[in-house]
Design a protein around this ligand. Structure first.
Ligand code: KG4
Ligand code: ZN
Length: 343
């Protein structure tokens, strides 16, 4: 039997939403370069991500970003063992730019091509700085597009325990930020405003989903915030943005932590990780850390740069797919609603 190749340097590409990113990752956990070209300033003008603008910006930037990732790593395409790319879920036009680019590069340089699931990438971000972390562990993935509570059974093997029924946690942050006039992206702006506010000032609802205790619903709290603001206007009361931000942030993070701890109690898994853009939130990180500590569970989280979209996390996930023998054909396509665990 041929020996399995354990050493691999992978060029990874990520373009599923509004960051054009490329990275070079060695053996899954050593990031040799991590280049991110953010479109935030552009989308801020419109109050959110405009899909067509995102695609156009990706096509403009992607070659520069890849070149910079390779040159920062001090390597060339010929030194890569594989080319990896996010192929879903995400915005179709945005994904297609990365997928087409990765296919062209891999084809021209005669390198294997590996399509990576975006959420698998977010989960894998935890491996970069926590060298000792290995599955099994539980992971809460909270981003602008996803809210998943996942049982990571092994590398590449996932059981989704719960997911959002409506808005993603990050999406709720973005919508509430817009409603109180803070602008895009909402998460960091709500977090900043909340520092001056009282988290117990307003009791926003913490939705429970009857059929599955692990599922989430954030559209109710978003509507409650909008109703509260309208109510203030009608009664001539002052709207205190900082109190709304702090109370909303508490309602969302409390629910996330409660569901996470339910999974810990039920499944008795001694390791818990968080991932995705909302995992950069200090209130969530502190709350999760305390809750895990109280239960004697080891808590893991990525640095903020590895929480929001980046290509290093895609390179890390790709490495474990590479070891498992996953190779994609030249017919790889973007799959905007790709489910976790599907191939
Ligand atoms: O993971 P990500 O970059 O993109 C997706 O895959 O969706 O997540 C972006 C989301 C946005 O909704 C943003 O508002 C949220 O993450 N976010 C935060 C924070 N930083 C980013 N939410 C709460 N607190 C933060 N500090
Ligand atoms: Zn993401």
């Amino acid at each position: 039997m041929a020996e399995i190749q354990k050493e691999a340097v992978i060029l990874a590409i990520e373009s599923s939403c509004d960051e054009t990113a490329a990275a070079v990752v060695k053996d899954g956990r050593e990031v040799l370069s991590n280049v991110i070209s953010s479109q935030i300033d552009l989308h801020t003008l419109y109050g959110g991500v405009v899909p067509e603008i995102a695609s156009r910006k990706h096509i403009e930037k992607i070659n520069q970003v890849i070149e910079e990732a390779l040159s920062t790593a001090g390597m060339a395409l010929k030194d890569m063992d594989a080319v990896a790319v996010t192929y879903g879920p995400g915005l179709v036009g945005a994904l297609l730019v990365g997928v087409a680019e990765a296919k062209a590069i891999a084809y021209a340089a005669k390198k294997p091509l590996i399509g990576v699931h975006h959420i698998e990438g977010h989960i894998s971000a935890n491996y970069i700085e926590n060298k000792e972390l290995e599955p099994p562990f539980l992971c809460l993935v909270v981003s602008g597009g996803h809210t998943h509570l996942v049982n990571v059974l092994d590398y590449g093997v996932y059981e989704v325990l719960g997911r959002t029924r409506d808005d993603a946690a990050g999406e709720a942050f973005d919508k509430v930020a817009r409603a109180i006039g803070l602008g895009y992206p909402g998460g960091p702006k709500i977090e900043r405003a909340a520092r001056q506010g009282n988290p117990d000032a307003i009791a926003f609802p913490k939705a429970k989903v009857a059929e599955n205790a692990y599922d989430f619903s954030f559209s109710g709290v978003k509507s409650a915030v909008l109703n509260y603001i309208n109510g203030c206007h009608m009664k001539g009361l002052t709207v205190v943005e900082a109190d709304i931000a702090a109370s909303f942030q508490k309602a969302v993070t409390d629910v996330l932590i409660e569901h996470a701890m339910l999974a810990v109690d039920t499944l008795s898994v001694p390791k818990f990780a968080i991932a995705g853009g909302v995992a950069a939130n200090g209130t969530l990180r502190d709350g999760m850390e305390k809750a895990c500590e109280a239960k004697g569970v080891e808590f893991y989280y990525p640095s903020p740069v590895y929480c929001t979209d980046n290509a290093a996390m895609i390179g890390t996930a790709a490495y474990y797919e590479f070891l498992a023998g996953k190779r994609d054909g030249w017919d790889l396509n973007a799959v905007p609603n790709l489910k976790l665990g599907e191939r």
